[in-house]
Design a protein around this ligand. Structure first.
Ligand SMILES: [Zn+2]
Length: 350
């Protein structure tokens, strides 16, 4: 494939991705020529090939290595070049945010689909591994926080998060500024990360549940997950995954004092408890009620030993409280004991 054609096709993708206008074509071509040493001749280009932007980028990088062997020697030089090329497919943050907001007004699903599409074509989603804790940071740590706002578009060698193509969405929860981006560790799955702008560690509190409720109100197609293990350098994040309807169960019990809310538990399998309510202010109270059952037996539970998954059903909010695999055996014992006590409380069938 000829260099001119590759550049033409790549620029077409860049214009399609929304960051540029047709009038920017010559400018973008010249920019790519600068970077890669590939000269554009005007006679043979107009047919767009079926190659993806990523494939086109790879061809340009290979051509650049030949044309500018002195400039691109190390792996890092090449990685930087690749990201600079892919960044041309990525509108500036303000434009991404404006486009996201416009789509969000029509449908949150459409907006997140847009962000996923953009992150896929610009190569931000490069893949990685997921552990039972959630997402593992597989890149070398350089002291730069992968979530902090100030690092948007920063290049860090080897980092899955800190790339020139990183873009995130600004949102407001309880007058706190938050960010939302996709996890680059998932290549073929849309996994959202929600994080406060302030570099801070989140604890399970009433305020956090409020913020999770706001998130599922906005992103009704996400289940929002809190775990104390989800943080980088002490900067916590919540994980948003597409709601799995199989996890939304029919709760049939009630708890004393919370007769308007429904409740379920599962002693056979995961030892989870499930709270379903249309009164979000009750979620925190119900969790406290459950956790305080063992107090008179002097067998305490730590809220941080648990994972919390909030989603919205057609009528209610559903919170799954699940003891973490990594909790101590003592905590696990206390939790089983709590479930026994709970069983006695739940004699009222819904
Ligand atoms: Zn941070």
């Amino acid at each position: 494939m000829e260099g001119s054609q590759v550049i033409y096709d790549f620029v077409s993708s860049a214009i399609e991705s929304g960051g540029w206008m047709k009038t920017d074509r010559a400018y973008l071509q010249n920019k790519l020529t600068d970077m890669t040493g590939v000269v554009v001749s005007s006679n043979n280009v107009n047919q767009v090939s079926n190659m993806t932007a990523e494939e086109l980028c790879q061809i340009l990088v290979d051509m650049a290595k030949d044309n500018k062997a002195n400039e691109y020697q190390t792996e890092e030089d090449i990685d930087q070049l690749k990201q600079s090329i892919m960044e041309l497919l990525t509108p500036p943050p303000s434009v991404v945010n404006a486009m996201f907001a416009k789509k969000f007004d029509r449908s949150p699903l459409e907006a997140t689909n847009y962000l996923y599409w953009l992150n896929q074509i610009n190569g931000y989603l490069s893949g990685g591994k997921e552990t039972s804790y959630g997402i593992e940071f597989d890149a070398p740590m350089h002291g730069k926080c992968p979530l902090c706002f100030e690092n948007e578009g920063t290049y860090e060698p080897g980092s899955a998060f800190l790339k020139k193509t990183r873009r995130f969405i600004r949102l407001n929860l309880n007058n706190d500024s938050w960010g939302y981006q996709l996890s680059p560790l998932e290549k073929d799955k849309e996994v959202g990360l929600f994080f406060p702008e302030e570099h801070t560690t989140l604890f399970m509190t009433n305020l956090l549940i409020d913020q999770m409720v706001q998130l599922v109100d906005l992103y009704t197609h996400y289940e929002i997950h809190y775990s104390q293990f989800n943080y980088f350098y002490g900067h916590s994040f919540l994980v948003g995954k597409r709601v799995n309807k199989d996890r939304q169960i029919l709760c049939e019990y009630t708890l004393p004092f919370f007769r308007e809310s429904k409740f379920a538990y599962d002693m056979e399998q995961a030892n989870d408890v499930v709270i379903q309510t249309n009164r979000p202010q009750d979620i925190w109270l119900m969790i406290n009620y459950i956790f305080s059952l063992t107090v008179s037996h002097k067998r305490g539970l730590y809220t941080m030993d648990f994972d919390y998954y909030l989603s919205k059903t057609e009528t209610d909010y559903q919170m799954i409280v699940s003891i973490h695999d990594n909790a101590s055996n003592k905590s696990k014992d206390n939790w089983l004991f709590t479930l026994e006590l709970l069983k006695n409380e739940l004699e009222v069938r819904y």
